[in-house]
Each structure stands twice: as C-alpha cells, then as structure tokens.
Design a protein around this ligand. Sequence first.
Ligand code: DGL
Length: 266
Amino acid sequence: MSDNPIVFIDSGVGGLPYLEMARNYLPEENYTYVADTGNFPYGEKDATALQIIILELITDIVNRISPKLIVVACNTASVVALPLLRDRFGIPFVGVVPAIKPAAEFAAVNRNGGIGLLATRKTIEDPYTDTLIEDYASSVRVDKYAGINLVDFVEHNFITSTDEEKMEVISESAEYFSRLEIDSLVLGCTHFIYLEEYFRRHLGSSVAVIDSRKGVSRQIKKIIKTEGLVSDNKKRDIFYVTCGKGEQLNYQRFAEKFSLEWGGVL
Ligand code: DGL
C-alpha cells in the first residue's frame, strides 16, 4: 500500500488527458501533474539538451514529491529519455510512446491501409520511432508528419479558441493525411489529444484516430498492483507548473477543466 502520488509530467498541458483517463480507471489514487512550462516546448530541442532538462526535472520531483510512480506523459520525452530515467531512479516509470502497435493491430484486423503518424519534430526524427515502426508495423505503410504549430496552439490558445479556429489549425496536417488515404491516424503527441474530435470531423469515420491513453492506464494499474503500491487513501489531485511568468490564468483554467487543485509554481 502507498498513498504517495502518481506523478504525470509533460512540457505543458499535453499529459492532462492521460491523467484524466488514469483517474477514471483508478480513482483512489492521488495524482500530481507537473507541466514543465519553463522548458516548453520539448519537441524542438535536441536530444542531449532534452535529456538534461528531464533528468533535472525528475530529480526535483523525486526529492520534493516522493512519487510512487512517474508517468512520462509526453512522447518526445519518453522516446528521448525513458531508458535513462529507468536506469537512474529507483521508482517505476510508465512512458507514453506513439500507438504504432495498436494501429498496426487495427490495420491487420480491419483493412490494410496506411497508418498516419502525427507527432512533434523530435519524435518523428528520433530513431526510437523507426524501431517502433520496424518492430510492430513493418508490413504497413506509415506516413509521418510533424505538427509543429499544433503543440503551441493547444498550450496557449486551446481554452480560448473557437471551434472554427480549432478546425482551421488542424486543416494543414489533416489535409496532408487525407491525400495519402490512411486508415488510421496515430496522435503521437499528447497535446494532440485535445484536437482529436476535430481530426475525426475532418477525416470522417473511415479513419480511426488512435492514441495510447488506455494502454497507459492499464500499465499503471498493472505496476501498482504487482509492486504492492495501490492506495486506499484518496487525498488530493494537484497541478503545478515550473515557470511563474505570465499565463497563470491559462493554466488555472486547465486545472479547473480537469478538476485539479491549482498548486502554482513547483
Ligand atoms: N506533449 C509532448 C509530446 O507528447 C510534446 C510537446 C512539446 O513539444 O513540448 O510529445
């Protein structure tokens, strides 16, 4: 038993939909979310710089919050730093990587069309992603696209933007994939989950939009059960950012949207 928190991290608000699903699945757990807004965005940084940033963040979190498990709720951070984190810290980590495996399973059962992978530039370019594709989807065509402007839009404008603006911002990447006649679209950046509904609207029902939220929730459950870390003492769920400059209201609104206590700057 442990009522220490399960900590979710991302460069910003991308991991919140992952926390939301885990909390629905495991409501007795205590959750802490840390948006590393001081280092946003991760997807445009080089691998070494990003590894240093993530190691520093996790060290701080381990020292100050004592998490029983950390979810790296960011594809970019997971592909770049997960093995390093597992090596360095004596606590379990759950990573979030592009859902290529479920998409390939879907392709095998349903049709045999292509998979579209929409992610950050770093995730698209990282060799880890190529290995993922070779391992699980070698017989399927996988087309990759970096949705660079989408991360920024979700982080800074999602809360205040209109439906039309959301449809407009996804149109370039959605049109790219429409032309390629894919059967499934993998949202390989946690920020893109916020735009799922708009991709569905644009691409229509013949394209499955896939992410890794369910798999991540199941993995958390499996680990806390086997490690004897399940909680029976629900206390609080809290949201921190790592930078105090500007935009507090934007982040407070996200905290409210996901029913998290606002913790301010960590
Ligand atoms: N949400 C992150 C991901 O899943 C990256 C966003 C960023 O570039 O900071 O890749």
